[in-house]
Design a protein around this ligand. Sequence first.
Ligand code: EPZ
Length: 435
Amino acid sequence: MWYLVTGDLKHFRTGDLMDNFVINGVKGASGDISISGSKNAALPILISSLLTSEKVEFENVPKLRDIQSTLELLNYLGKKCVFAKNKFTISENHSLNYHAPYDLVRKMRASILVAGPLLARFKQARFSLPGGCTIGVRPVDIHLESFKKFGASISYSGGDVIISAKRLKAAHIKLKFPSVGATENLMMCAVLIKGKTVIENCAKEPEIKDLADCLRLMGARVKGDGTSTIEINGVKKLTGVKYSVMPDRIETGTFMILAAAVKGEINLLNTSSKNLAIVSKYLRRSGVKVKDCANSVKIISTGKRPNPVSFKTAPYPGFPTDLQSVWMAYMCRAEGKSTIHENIFENRFMHVGELLRMGAKITVTEETAVITGVDMLKGAPIMSSDIRAGAALIVAATAASGKSTLRRIYHIDRGYDGIEEKMRAVGFKIIRRKG
Ligand code: EPZ
């Protein structure tokens, strides 16, 4: 098993690189699953610790490879991250380094979120240009163009981006696309820049609001998060904070769809479907019951083949691109044809080839996939290519007949905290096997 070797983080474990899952199809499953904290909220919130020299404490942080990578990066930059009693304590005992190196950034592109806080606090940041990944080229032009508007200059050296400024000034920025990461990077820069910064056409994802809630508790003056215009009045310094990360919206959506794919009643705890209205709507349209409660959501499914439901992915509150592959796996057994258009990333159909190996009927033309439902998928040796493609293959294998072996599940360990234990607790047949 992976251990984080730096600091007192030895209890913080995720899987090994060569692990795989053996999954047997099941007819039904029922019981309670407790949802973990949000990966995509925890990453910027952990990185916001760079904005203060005071101690911060974060709870409900999921045990994921990406969190591990973030903690390695924060330790490398000079923070001291300790994980004990399911809580992270991050302190700063000496001056920080401003360089996020290639070896750490290549593991996780969200590492570029250190740029905003480092630039704000130290007027400089250096990070390795993150490479692309299987889902797309993933440029950072929106981040860099926006930092220039704050008065920073950008240069390049040996694959690194170097951002520096004599003085930063508040700015009125209009994003060409509501980039989640760029919105978070700019928020974490503007909070320490004197004057009023406006970010127009910003991302509205719930994870943005979670970051803003945390920054406000640190003394930042942020408003408009959750709308398409955020206003920030910079302050001189931010204080330490104790904060609990929101539930993982994408893990919740993944388990809602997994529950719909088999007969039974699955209750998801410590979460809600309030940030997943469109997923609940489509699940009901596909023929399952969704019962919303304040701190849980229950899926009741007959296990019959779902009604086909088509959609285009879109920025929040549209259908999340991170659930596109999982929904496609669900539609592989639909009673009819469904069409999925991927609008956010240019190459997010890597799961299609693996689903075809299981007997799915899917055709892809550019960013559009047409799925013709079949009665039953068949288990097969399959391989995950990214976090959410891996989740889709788990859904497909679970609702298939026979056994599947799913390799490269380190992708899944990046984004799902203990997925096999959670699934086994309600009757799914999935075991982790050493590679
Ligand atoms: C965040 O990635 C999430 N990651 C992604 O989740 C999620 O899919 C994505 O937002 C969209 O919701 C985290 O929060 C850590 P973007 P991010 O900037 O910030 C283009 C998962 O599985 N773009 O909103 O990188 C970009 O290429 C991950 O948990 C530019 O062109 O996404 C993409 O096509 C995968 N230039 C689109 O915008 C830029 O400077 C959306 O990217 C930045 C982005």
